[in-house]
Design a protein around this ligand. Structure first.
Ligand code: SAH
Ligand code: AVI
Length: 322
């Protein structure tokens, strides 16, 4: 009986997101790290976003990869292994892997992502579609890239989908430097980046008429409710996204529609919001080709070639470790 009583008093282990959530929501202005967007539900919502008529980046990058796959692969080393940061479900990656299989009999593919659910989907689909690709998924954060060192050289690292746009400029440079540090001279990086364009196109892409991006954004609150015993009412917040021209980025926020207090049990905290107060949930930086190539250089890569689409909406750049 005593043992049972003691057992009941053992606190539930804190979810791994607790530290990030507490830190971000204690700031003024409040913020949440965009990597928290990707639990299983968030990854599924992102997949829906990629198919929205307004969300041009995925379709445009897939077009560039399809058009130039052969040329891209011809610029790669012999018998390369492929690692991918923030691979998600690796849908576009299949375009490159398929083309690579014309040049080598098999490919070892190492996708890294914080989303276990997305990686599982990537592995299932890839193994069904491309039998000669050996998939070695790794659930983890970009912060730890030691896993790249264990991959057989010569290596190609993919960082596509403009995920680098979700980082601050200095974070982007230090991530590229960190990638370069874990690679050897001659290893390569393929970087996909969204470009500056008409603000109406950008606005529509992050404020879609079906409201999927709004659900993706609000899913952060749903996740805090589920994983941390939060008492957020997602409908008491609205999705706000706009183009910040000075910073060259789309911003995503959740805006409190009223004055409210929200208890988060696992953090033993009550958060207070004034009407109109925002939680900053994501930045999506848009680059020029010049800035993209400069970023690669600063990150420790020589630019070999940059491909773009006919509208110049998206760019894919191949860099080699100096
Ligand atoms: N590369 C895919 C997915 C892009 S979505 C595409 O082009 O469509 C961004 C992906 O990065 C998500 O799957 C998310 O889970 C992952 N991600 C975000 N922050 C991360 C981090 N800090 N470490 C590892 N993966 C991260
Ligand atoms: C993953 N990342 C590049 C997407 C973007 O466009 O910044 C995430 C996203 N946020 C809202 N819609 C899509």
């Amino acid at each position: 009986m005593i043992a049972l009583k003691q057992l009941k008093q053992v606190p539930a282990p804190l979810s791994p997101i607790a530290g990030d959530v507490l830190e971000g929501l204690s700031r003024t202005p409040k913020m949440l790290s965009p990597k928290l967007l990707y639990d299983a539900q968030g990854s599924a919502l992102f997949e829906q976003i990629t198919r929205l008529p307004e969300y041009y980046p995925t379709r445009t990058e897939a077009g560039i990869l399809t058009t130039h796959a052969e040329e891209i692969c011809s610029r790669l080393g012999q018998e390369i292994s492929v690692s991918e940061l923030g691979a998600g479900t690796a849908t576009k990656t299949r375009i490159l892997l398929r083309s690579l299989l014309q040049r080598q009999p098999s490919v070892d593919y190492f996708p890294l992502d914080v989303s276990d659910a997305a990686l599982q989907l990537a592995k299932d689909e890839l193994e069904r579609e491309l039998m000669a690709v050996n998939v070695h998924p790794h659930v983890g954060d970009f912060e730890d890239l030691t896993f790249i060192e264990h991959h057989p050289p010569p290596r190609l690292v993919l960082y596509i989908g403009s995920s680098i746009g979700n980082l601050e400029h200095r974070e982007a440079i230090s991530l590229l430097q960190n990638i370069a540090r874990h690679l050897s001279s001659g290893d390569q990086l393929l970087l996909g980046v969204d470009l500056v364009k008409d603000s109406n196109v950008l606005h529509a892409a992050y404020n879609d008429s079906a409201g999927i991006t709004a659900s993706f954004n609000k899913n952060l609150l749903v996740r805090i409710n589920r994983e941390l015993g939060g008492h957020f009412e997602p409908d008491a917040f609205s999705h706000v996204s706009f183009w910040n021209e000075t910073a060259s980025r789309m911003e995503l926020h959740l805006e409190s529609t009223c004055r409210q207090s929200v208890r988060v049990d696992a953090l033993d905290t009550t958060l207070r919001f004034y009407q109109g107060e925002r939680i900053h949930t994501e930045n999506s930086y848009k680059y020029t080709i010049e800035c993209l190539e400069d970023l690669l250089q600063r990150g420790g890569f020589n630019v070999e070639h940059t491909w773009t689409d006919s509208n110049c909406w998206f760019a894919v750049s191949l860099g080699v470790v100096i």
